[in-house]
Design a protein around this ligand. Structure first.
Ligand SMILES: Cc1ncc(COP(=O)(O)O)c(C=O)c1O
Length: 401
């Protein structure tokens, strides 16, 4: 199944502004259907959840629908979907909860490929518990996170392995299934950061072997809502801090305060949108999501090759990372220009890209570029087209020439 990119783009009102949106890795635009779902939720009347009147019941329904939608996107069951403001907040919450059982002698394994949101919460929780942190290293220049190293990193002392499903700057997709299998073999839990990976292809939490899988809807055409997906049985064994009158049920007891109900309706609409990308109405939503995300992956990878070839043909450009399995995310510098200058030049040409470390703190330090402004990130998502890529290449060539 292929993706009709013109039809996809037409669904996104913001894309009509003339800019090439190559900043999707920091947050995508949202389709009209998501904007409408949020507006419609407010228009229909929303009460706080737990009441007996229709507006309150609507909020509870919206929440239940959102959990099911997230479960359909990544695999898993609705009762295992924890919703929250973003991945960072949820990860801090889970790190604090899990670390209660840790003590001296326990070990936590993090990686230098990860966004800091899947590093620091674990490092800080381990320090408070007196546990030891061990680091999985990135192999340069490829930017790979070899799974084999986990054999010597893990032992019966390991309590948790935190690893990303894709680097948010290099795009590298480590062999998560192999890493989580090694973790399971020593009795450790795995926490997989799927924030960058989720929008770029089909996801199945069970195949990844992730005990916890974190994702953020604003990276996949939705509003600013985060989610962590886990087995409800596992969640049942954990007891986060919570208010006395707040629900003690799973997954609700992991959610603090009143959720943004209208945004949750937007998350469901975003999953519906992703399910429709390949244009088929046949099958369950989960089946349509898998078909659509496969089509999105193929579309992005074909365009990524054009982007990589084009940047590779410009002598002044240095590209970072070349893992064979990676998302369509280019991270590069231009000789004689700071990343901020490159991004400003591109902005003048109506091309949106990011410059800087993008919170890939350990990795940019390891690459030795962090102090010099790191690099420029141009990322592709399903709504980017050849014109976006050509504009970026022309603008970089102009700068280099
Ligand atoms: C790979 C990755 N992990 C985690 C995060 C943090 O996500 P959030 O903004 O939902 O806290 C990001 C955000 O850019 C990311 O790219």
């Amino acid at each position: 199944m292929t993706l009709d990119v013109a039809a996809v783009r037409a669904a996104y009102p913001a894309l009509a502004d003339g800019y090439a949106y190559l900043d999707g890795a920091a947050g995508t635009q949202v389709p009209g259907s998501v904007i409408d779902a949020i507006g419609d939720a407010y228009r229909s009347g929303l009460g706080n959840a737990g009441g007996v009147f229709p507006a309150s019941i609507r909020s509870s329904t919206v929440t239940a629908q959102c959990r099911q939608a997230v479960a359909d996107l990544v695999g898993g069951v609705a009762d295992g979907v924890i919703l929250g403001p973003n991945m960072t907040t949820l990860t801090y919450r889970l790190a604090g909860t899990l670390a209660r059982a840790w003590g001296p002698g326990d070990e936590v394994v993090v990686s230098r490929l990860d966004h800091d949101a899947n590093v620091r919460p674990w490092v800080q929780a381990a320090a408070r518990a007196g546990a030891t942190v061990r680091w999985a290293e990135v192999e340069l220049p490829a930017g790979e996170l070899p799974a084999g190293q986990y054999d010597s990193l893990l032992s019966e002392r390991t309590v948790l392995v935190a690893v990303t499903a894709a680097s948010n700057v290099l795009g590298t997709r480590p062999d998560v299934a192999e890493i989580t299998a090694k973790a399971r073999a020593v009795g450790a839990l795995s926490y997989v950061d799927g924030v960058h990976a989720t929008p770029h292809g089909p996801t199945d939490v069970a195949t990844l072997g992730a005990d916890f899988y974190a994702t953020s809807a604003y990276k996949w055409s939705g509003p600013h809502v985060g989610a962590v997906i886990a087995d409800p049985g596992l969640l049942d064994s954990l007891h986060p801090d919570k208010l006395e009158p707040a629900p003690g049920t799973v997954p609700e007891r992991f959610e603090q305060g009143t959720p943004p109900f209208a945004d949750l309706a937007g998350v469901t609409a975003a999953v519906e949108h992703l399910a429709s990308l390949a244009g088929s109405a046949a099958g369950t939503r989960r089946e349509r999501v898998l078909a659509s995300m496969t089509a999105a992956h193929e579309h992005e990878q074909a365009l990524f090759q054009v982007l990589l070839d084009g940047l590779g043909a410009i002598d002044q450009v240095t590209l970072y990372g070349k893992a064979p399995r990676r998302t369509a995310t280019a991270y590069f510098t231009v000789a004689g220009r700071t990343p901020a200058e490159v991004a400003s030049h591109l902005a003048d040409r109506q091309v949106n890209v990011w410059n800087g470390h993008n919170y890939a703190w350990e990795l940019t330090g390891l690459l030795g570029i962090r102090d010099a402004g790191s690099a420029v990130r141009a990322g592709l998502v399903h709504y980017n087209d050849r014109f976006d890529v050509d504009r970026l290449l022309a603008a970089v060539a102009e700068l280099a020439g």
